[in-house]
Design a protein around this ligand. Structure first.
Ligand SMILES: C[S@@+](CC[C@H](N)C(=O)[O-])C[C@H]1O[C@@H](n2cnc3c(N)ncnc32)[C@H](O)[C@@H]1O
Length: 218
């Protein structure tokens, strides 16, 4: 699938079920202690290295992570491919900034963010697009900037053809954490830590939380 192709199908799918997705995801991180811990650790590092620059939440959806980090004192804004998701994020989180855009073509100046969080959004980016995705992350991060990517682990592409009663064509790329870490390393991002966890009782897939940073001296 071409780059344009995967972006289009992902956008169409999330635009289609944005409302229902946002309703399902409105709950907090109450039942997810590891999420709270990982986002809490990210928030501490991001606050410490901010230097007056904000954090970008890439693939923010309706703004759950954006709002959680904001609550932890992080200066954060969201970007999402789906205009419907961005409309909902703005409605749900008045006062926070949300922009429509693709994390594969970030419309941000070099070294303009102190951190990047991408929570369950790189799962919709195929392997061949990972090198340029992470080059883009490295370009917009300030030296010393922090990255947290969260994704489903495995080694297959799953296609979802139905969601919330709608017909969709949405690809999920499940990958081993090592593959993502290697793609980040190739872009100059140095791994700091990772957590691999199995699914909670209400979940289906195992997950990874991968922390990296952009060296202060490249
Ligand atoms: C599973 S949702 C995750 C939402 C949110 N980050 C969370 O953790 O609750 C994936 C989101 O990533 C967005 N997304 C997928 N590919 C994207 C891309 N190339 N650029 C920006 N957003 C993207 C989708 O539109 C969708 O809102």
């Amino acid at each position: 699938m071409t780059e344009q192709g995967f972006l289009e199908t992902t956008r169409t799918a999330y635009d289609t079920f944005a409302e229902e997705y946002a309703r399902d995801e409105r709950n907090d991180y109450g039942p997810l202690p590891f999420e709270r811990a990982m986002l809490g650790a990210f928030a501490e590092y991001a606050r410490a290295s901010a230097g007056g620059l904000p954090v970008a939440d890439l693939g923010c959806g309706p703004g759950k992570v954006t709002s959680f980090l904001h609550g932890l004192g992080v200066d954060v804004f969201g970007i999402d491919l789906s205009p419907e998701m961005i409309a909902l994020a703005r409605k749900e989180n008045p006062g926070l900034r949300f922009d429509v855009g693709s994390m594969t073509a970030l419309d941000l100046p070099p070294a303009s963010v102190s951190g990047i969080v991408a929570s369950y959004s790189i799962i919709h980016v195929p392997d061949e697009a990972l090198p340029s995705l992470f080059d883009g992350f490295a370009r917009v991060l300030a030296p010393g900037g922090e990255v947290l990517v969260v994704f489903f682990t495995g080694d297959e592409r799953m296609r979802r053809t139905e969601a919330f009663g709608y017909e969709v064509a949405l690809d999920y790329h499940l990958r081993p954490a090592d593959r993502v870490a290697e793609a980040m390393r190739a872009a100059g991002l140095v791994e700091r830590a990772r957590l691999l966890r199995g699914p909670e009782p209400h979940e289906l897939l195992p997950r990874a939380f991968l922390f990296a940073s952009k060296p202060r001296e490249a």
